[in-house]
Design a protein around this ligand. Sequence first.
Ligand code: TYD
Ligand code: MG
Length: 471
Amino acid sequence: MAKIRSQHVCQSCGHVAMAWTGRCPDCGEWNTLVEQAAPKPRPAASSGRSGGNGRALAAGPGARPQALRDVVATRVERLSTGIGELDRVLGGGVVPGSLILLGGSPGIGKSTLTGMAMANLQASGVETLYVSGEESAAQVRMRAERLGPAALDVRALAENSLETVLGTIEAERPAVCVIDSIQTMHSAELSGAPGSVGQVREAANALAEQAKRLDVAVILVGHVTKEGSLAGPRVLEHLVDCVLRFEGEKERTWRTLRAVKNRFGATSEVGVFEMRSGGLTEVLDPSARFVEEATGAQGSVVLASMEGTRPVLVEVQALVSPSELEVPRRVVNGIDRNRLSMILAVLARHARLGLGTADVFVNVVGGVRVDEPGADLAVALAVASAQRGEPLSGPDGRPLACFGELGLTGDVRYVAHADRRVAEAVKFGLSPVIGPRAGERLKGLTTCVTMRQALKSAFSGSSASGRAEAA
Ligand code: TYD
Ligand code: MG
């Protein structure tokens, strides 16, 4: 089969080269050249000698814009996947004809989640197609057997040829189709290896075009590198309607599903799952599970965080130990590393808690990620507790709950949904909660204006100082 012409385009400056080089000869950036199908030469305009380079684009015939009021928009029914947490993260179910990218590291449970969703959809009468480029049909069946009898009704195709997959979708016209994974799809028309950026982009483009044309919802499964970016198909994020990230520690059973981008719903919605022997089960009340596990030991606090529209209590742990390195270590899990640097600087400057010669480790338990400024105070209190070697739990051993953003001036700043955070903590018997002043007076909230005040309240309520006072 004749290869179609391809070219290499720099993703940084747009330079077009015929062959791949590690460094763009134009802008000097490294690893930015990406193989693409070369645009087809346009026959008509450049017939004479006048055509070709440097000529301005001629204007087309033009079209008549319409007031949005007059645009006809039919309300589409969403398809429920039968998995409440997945539907919620998607904004109420799968929109027909939409393109969803589900990213996650290998072994996290992407095939399990999509397999379960397809089983439920098929059971409710929605035609499904499961394309596996990684596993044989027999392997897919083995997983389906673990997921229950409904999963065996899903129609599967083990294939990595993009052309065959497109042809099958065209012929079968499923309502929802899973491509597991997009990195294994391979077009014979391009020279790049499967998984190369050029191949992935071409495959996604072709599938996107077909999805919109035939009104097939397509779920693209994508592998994510250790650094957390989608391997190669970072370039896909603008192409799809919805980007979901499936995260968690592989050794632990917790999984969180997060919408990073969603054209049909809110982002920052989070679904929590647990991997069991019969597939993934939804965790409807994650706070209960996380609080139950919280130790209340030194270096541990409970953060009243917001995951989308839902308050969730998570445990934040810190460890401080003398460093043997010139540049001490700052290791984080579940929070942003730069945010930790800022919090340590604020602690050093405004609480005289210098940690310049200590390694600092911060971990959000359960493999959860908290990407909100409201986590600052929890990190600061956990680090302070670890550094002083004093637990912050109350005399009854219950962990301390808190939330709030830290300003560079050492103030504790207001964050949204203070009422719901406090209510969630109170519900689990974690009061008083330490946090910034809210608009109204909240029962169970101990307010503080500065971080020093927060530290004082936190340590005065702790069991260690309680014992000290008693002694
Ligand atoms: P899988 O969905 O294959 O992950 P991915 O597609 O993201 O690579 O599943 C990964 C793990 O889940 C695998 O190690 C086995 C485990 N698992 C269970 O614990 N219970 C189950 O019911 C299933 C299907 C898988
Ligand atoms: Mg898989």
